[in-house]
Ligand binder design. Structure first.
Ligand code: ZN
Length: 523
């Protein structure tokens, strides 16, 4: 397998090239030698033994797309690829997001995450110690796409201190730093946190900056699901920048949204503090995460799932919860059930419905119904949330900003996932091509590929040029079309004619090619 791909030459002929470098596309051929690009330009003589692929007129050759934020560690471990992403031209998936990955977990932490975060990342079964190198080894020879891994701050904190809320002690801090160093040595491309989740949330600026210290020498970013979005985004970004300033590192905000004026203020402050800052965002007004995070106060969850479940059955605590604004107003109406444990048949049939709809069908008050659901499901429920404060205008502004790179936040668990894992890149394409293909495809190449490569220091990916890795997405003349919707979330995008990973074709005419597995852990 490996030998053949190293000696094979391939010529993509007759397309336009969006290299992610120039201002406009140009007519050029791309010659691939093994796993690398040999040349981009006119090819007068075709080398002997070279496979020639004549592209349909109007096809555009782009650098393979990089998903800057995706929950794909489970699907990649299970099958070596994510078809919903491949169909959109994604050649590299950056996992280990939101500080909650079971990559880097001890067995105890994996057990905790298999309960707490399963609706997002799936489970590591059996629960076991799994380092970044262990994950890489488990994937070796099985990958159709590349994967990059972030070390997870919440995971590391749980490895060291479990669900302890207070600041880490000196020895614990040193141990946390060592775990980050080991992850970087194994090939991690940064450190993530998820400050809406537990125990990630227990880390303050000083602690996280100390833990992030090893990123400075490695030149890698700190990546954070902020403590606040929407009306709280300025404070959330200020905290992110404070970590960057203290540790002397670049920072990256995950799935960023909030009032543009607040975000611009935070960017100006980052510039004044000399902290490089980037972000990812997907083009949807609904979010998707664990239902417990959306519905339950943090103090109710702070001692772990056992205590949370006990509180939900305690009559006094239960009625206090039900009197709260999330249970009495329209909030439950804006929550759609996405992921329910398969063994909760009496609830699982409601995936895809709002909580209000599901409760009405069951003849129960919505608040009572959803608390019973959380108890019955051991809290393992994923849901999608309407964000009325996030407007289409804000999304357009976020998606076209200079600091933006594409991150689907794709979640591939459950009966009714959010469509973003199947259509975010295809939908984003619309923003960049609005002004026409000449400059539009170069914008697209920058937002969907080059920027994420820069944010994560993947120096040999994200652009088409000699000696760069041959990760390529060829978009057919009709462009990319999204088909997934909230009602039919798993419909694959169409229009990507060809996907090449490290010089090997892994997707062609709407199907994966599975005779070779060229994907790697990239760094
Ligand atoms: Zn996420």
């Amino acid at each position: 397998m490996g030998c053949e791909s190293v000696t094979t030459m391939m010529l993509l002929r007759g397309g336009l090239v969006a290299d992610g470098i120039a201002a406009t596309v140009r007519r050029a051929d791309v010659l691939i030698d093994g796993a690398m690009i040999a040349s981009v330009g006119a090819t007068s003589i075709v080398p002997t033994g070279c496979d020639v692929i004549d592209l349909e007129p109007g096809s555009v050759i782009c650098p393979g797309f990089i998903d800057a934020h995706v929950h794909a560690e489970g699907p990649l471990l299970a099958s070596g690829r994510v078809d919903g992403a491949l169909a959109q031209g994604v050649t590299t998936l950056v996992v280990g997001q939101d500080g909650q990955s079971w990559i880097g977990a001890t067995r105890d932490t994996a057990r905790y995450l298999n309960g707490y975060f399963a609706p997002v990342n799936g489970t590591l079964a059996p629960a076991r110690d799994l380092s970044v190198a262990g994950y890489r080894d488990a994937l070796a020879g099985k990958l159709s796409q590349n994967v990059a891994v972030l070390a997870s701050q919440g995971t590391i904190r749980h490895n060291i201190a479990g669900m302890t809320a207070g600041p880490l002690g000196k020895d614990q801090m040193a141990a946390a730093r060592r775990e980050v160093e080991n992850a970087l040595a194994d090939g991690a491309v940064g450190l993530s946190s998820g400050l809406d989740y537990l125990p990630s949330r227990f880390g303050g600026v000083g602690e996280i900056a100390d833990m992030a210290g090893p990123l400075a020498a490695a030149g890698r970013p700190y990546v954070s699901h902020l403590r606040g979005y929407g009306p709280d985004v300025l404070a959330g970004l200020d905290e992110l920048v404070a970590v960057g300033r203290t540790a002397g590192i670049r920072v990256h905000a995950s799935h960023l949204w909030g009032p543009p004026a607040d975000i611009e203020t935070a960017f100006r402050r980052a510039e004044a503090a000399d902290v490089g800052i980037t972000y990812d965002m997907y083009p949807y007004r609904k979010s998707s995460t664990i239902l417990a995070m959306l519905l339950l106060p943090f103090d109710l969850q702070a001692n772990g799932p056992g205590h949370t479940l006990a509180a939900l059955t305690d009559p006094r605590q239960r009625s206090a919860l039900l009197a709260g604004e999330k249970y009495t107003g329209e909030y439950l109406d804006g929550l759609t059930l996405g992921c329910l444990p398969a063994d909760t048949a009496e609830f699982a049939e409601f995936a895809g419905q709002t909580i209000t709809q599901a409760a009405t069908r069951s003849g129960r008050p919505a608040g009572e119904w959803v608390l019973d659901l959380l108890i019955r499901a051991d809290l393992k429920v994923g849901a999608h949330l309407d964000r009325p404060a996030l407007t289409d205008e804000d999304l357009a502004w976020l998606s076209t900003g200079d600091r933006h790179c594409a991150g689907s936040d794709g979640i591939y668990q459950g009966q009714h996932p959010h469509p973003r894992g199947y259509a975010a890149f295809a939908r984003l394409a619309g923003y960049y091509l609005a002004g026409g293909p000449e400059t539009g495809y170069q914008q697209l190449a920058r937002h969907l590929s080059a920027r994420a490569a820069d944010a994560y220091c993947l120096h040999d990916r994200g652009r088409l040029a000699p000696r760069m890795a041959a990760d390529i997405a060829v978009v057919g003349p009709a462009g990319i079309t999204a088909h997934a919707t909230y009602n039919a979330p798993r419909e694959q995008a169409t229009g990507v004619a060809l996907v090449i990973v490290n010089g090997v074709i892994t997707w062609r005419e709407g199907k994966p090619l599975t005779t070779e597995f060229p994907g790697q852990l990239v760094r």
